[in-house]
Design a protein around this ligand. Structure first.
Ligand SMILES: *Cc1c(COP(=O)(O)O)cnc(C)c1O
Length: 241
């Protein structure tokens, strides 16, 4: 991909987000585009960062760790915020804490406990997390069912070193993004109900939902974080990873 193309793609996504905000009566600055850079080389991240992009998403622990370390070692590179968006195993929390600004994919009490414990060990007051909801009730997806969300949010918020910033979902892969509007609506309603509990350490201001195929519908339904890979970086080639 030509360097310029990357910037053009990113700006197109921003424009589409702004248009969706306008349709929904929302402010574009209330939606963060997380550029999902998995499988893509650090050089592309660096290029976008130089353009002012701050938020990048990775979903493999090892890849997050190596890119974050490369970024930190590159004194001329602009600082970025890493979002961990993949499935996280408890034995890998050490590699993610301290590197990721936000962990989108907490889906069990066990994982929440491991994160809080590791934060304590390192003297980190508070790790920002989202609770992942399996909103489409798909067997192939991680996340807790909608009706188990309250219990997990309460358990996570009660841990000393976690802050529950919001909810995340990976909606089903569909041809028509309108099919996912119902799921995004339910996510927003669920967030509202949980927010009304006014739990300490659970501000629940964030809704991470929407990807390349459906981010505009997600923004119309209240997403504050959209995770966009393909529309920015082009198709992924897993064979060269
Ligand atoms: C890969 C990935 C994305 C981005 O997907 P695109 O369809 O390429 O935009 C978003 N969220 C998660 C959790 C992912 O793994």
């Amino acid at each position: 991909m030509e360097e310029q193309e990357l910037i053009v793609n990113y700006e197109n996504v921003k424009r589409r987000v702004a248009a969706a905000c306008l349709r929904a009566g929302r402010r574009p600055e209330d939606v963060t585009v997380v550029a999902v850079s998995k499988t893509k080389p650090f050089a592309m991240i660096r290029e976008l960062a130089a353009h002012g992009v701050q938020d990048f998403g990775e979903n493999y622990v090892q890849e997050l760790a190596s890119k974050a370390d490369e970024q930190a070692a590159d004194t001329a590179a602009k600082p970025v915020r890493w979002h961990f968006i993949g499935h996280l195993q408890t034995n890998k929390v050490k590699q993610v804490i301290g590197r990721a600004a936000l962990i989108h994919s907490v889906d069990s009490v066990h994982l929440a406990q491991a994160l809080s414990k590791e934060a304590e060990k390192r003297g980190i007051a508070c790790v920002d997390i989202l609770i992942e909801i399996n909103i489409g009730q798909e067997a192939s997806k991680s996340g807790v069912p909608e009706d188990a969300a309250e219990e997990l949010v309460k358990a996570a918020a009660a841990l000393p070193h976690l802050c529950v910033r919001g909810l995340m979902c990976i909606a089903p892969f569909v041809d028509d993004p309108e099919e996912n509007r119902q799921h995004f609506k339910r996510m927003a309603q669920l967030r509202g109900r949980l927010q009304a509990l006014a739990l300490p350490n659970a501000p629940l201001t964030e809704l991470s939902m929407g990807m390349t195929g459906d981010f505009e519908v997600a923004v119309e339904e209240g997403a504050t974080l959209v995770r966009v890979g393909t529309a920015i970086f082009g198709a992924r080639d897993y064979t060269v990873k």
